[in-house]
Ligand binder design. Structure first.
Ligand code: ARG
Length: 459
């Protein structure tokens, strides 16, 4: 047991209590951020004359030494300390003597931990944005390559109208663009420095909070010391954004699993991203897609956990807040893994374009276009809908696709049909004529791809 606060106690902490309270097993994850924050704090103490320049230099040098030694593996973060803050401070005192005892002047572990966690998650927001960008580049490529890869579009998982693979992937492009922007928004809102808030009420030392904020690349200091030590909104926002990312990945995974199934065979996952069965030799399973779908629940769990932890906490700091760490770390690691693996999976999968096209041709996906044909020839839409309904029924009874009917069969159902019906309901026409912005037609898609190109250039 090694703690910073024994003074007013007459008894040793019970070992079980100590273990229950300690956080070093997980908060050592941000040792870099803890040291970086302390270097900024010591520099500021030196600049403001709260400690001497020489003392500040000595502390900074000592902290850099600790950082280097931990990175080099020559200094082990010992679990005999309560938390990472105690470990760094005690090691510093051990190494440079009494000057090290001045580091914590005008600071509390409450503003220190708020800072460390913010620095850590801020870096992770940038890392997740980088991974989303990689995914967007893959989707962009898939879109450009598949403007004429026809497939059925679905509603209720029933074939609805034909689209292209580019258009389907384009839907996910929009989702992940929003996810990217959401992370940027979070970064901007969270990027204010809590250091200097003290335990909850600031300090009487003339700290220069603008300076520490600047040294740590924040936009500025936070504006209320009680909020500074007890705000975890930015984590909740991040967990919410990550939950949305997972929800998008999970929906896409579900489609990959369906498309990869024996019944659909729209795509084939690469061997390197599939797994086998221990008993059934024929199996090639989409485990990665299933795991991404499955891990989504874990990230949602973290969000609900933290929301629940925070909901009953009076101002300002309370130890409940220590619970923010493990679940946030786990969610971040999970999301990063999911994005990277999902990206690898979809960049290596093969498309069975023939199967996709054949599926789009069977299933009456051109029924709306057949109705539109009648409308263009003067039939009111509601009547046209009824006529095509009867036509589809006839096709089902006779086991034919709409475009396999003879002109006589068409005319039997409505005399309005003419030879040009075949062109009007061909798969190519059904897709290519849909060119309002956002639709699957190639003209519309090219406009969107150009917009996406610019989006990607600017991120
Ligand atoms: N390990 C604590 C946390 O993660 C650090 C802050 C401790 N502050 C305190 N007053 N006990 O929240």
């Amino acid at each position: 047991m090694a703690q910073l606060w024994g003074g007013r106690f007459t008894k040793e902490t019970d070992q079980l209590v100590y273990n229950f309270n300690a956080s070093i097993s997980f908060d050592q994850k941000f040792y870099r951020q803890d040291i970086r924050g302390s270097i900024a704090h010591a520099t500021m103490l030196g600049e403001t004359g709260i400690i001497t320049k020489e003392e500040a230099d000595k502390i900074v040098e000592g902290l850099n030494g600790i950082l280097n030694d931990v990175e080099a593996g020559t200094l082990e973060i010992s679990s005999k300390y309560e938390d990472i803050h105690s470990f760094v401070e005690a090691t510093l005192i051990d190494r440079i003597g009494d000057t090290g005892k001045k580091l914590h002047t005008g600071r509390s572990r409450n503003d220190q931990v708020a800072l460390d966690m913010k620095l850590y998650t801020r870096d992770e927001v940038v890392a997740i944005k980088g991974l989303i960008k990689e995914l967007l580049l893959t989707l962009h490529k898939l879109m450009k390559e598949n403007l004429d890869t026809y497939m059925p579009g679905f509603t209720h998982l029933q074939k609805a109208q034909p689209v292209t693979f580019a258009h389907h992937v384009g839907a996910y492009m929009e989702m992940f663009k929003r996810d990217y922007d959401r992370l940027s928004d979070i970064y901007d809102r969270m990027n204010y420095c809590p250091l200097g808030a003290g335990a909850l009420a600031g300090t009487t030392y003339p700290l220069d909070r603008e300076l520490t904020a600047k040294l740590l690349d924040f936009y500025g200091p936070t504006l209320n010391s009680m909020d500074s030590v007890s705000d975890r909104d930015y984590l909740i926002e991040l967990l919410s954004a990550m939950s949305t990312i997972c929800m998008h990945l999970s929906r896409f995974s579900e489609e990959i699993i369906i498309w990869n199934s024996n019944e659909y065979q729209f795509i084939e996952l690469d061997d390197s991203y599939s797994t086998g069965s221990s008993i059934m030799p024929q199996k090639k399973n989409p485990d990665i897609a299933e795991l991404v779908r499955g891990k989504t629940g874990r990230v949602y769990g973290a969000l609900i956990s933290l929301l629940t932890t925070m909901k009953g906490i009076p101002l300002a700091y309370n130890k409940d807040m220590q619970e923010d760490k493990e679940l946030t770390f786990d969610a971040i690691d999970t999301v990063k893994g999911c994005i990277a693996l999902f990206n690898g999976m979809i960049s290596t999968m093969r498309l069975n374009k023939e199967n996709m096209k054949a599926s789009a041709m069977n299933g009456f996906t051109n029924a709306t276009d057949a109705a539109d044909y009648l409308v263009k020839n003067g039939v009111p839409f509601r009547d046209a809908h009824g006529i095509i309904g009867r036509l589809v029924l006839y096709c089902i009874d006779n086991n034919k696709a709409i475009d396999e009917l003879t002109l006589d069969e068409f005319k039997e159902i409505s005399p309005v049909f003419n030879e040009d019906i075949y062109d009007a309901i061909s798969l190519e026409t059904c897709v290519e004529k849909r060119n309002t912005i956002g639709a699957p037609g190639p003209e519309a898609m090219k406009q969107v791809i150009e917009i996406n190109e610019k989006f990607l250039e600017n991120i």
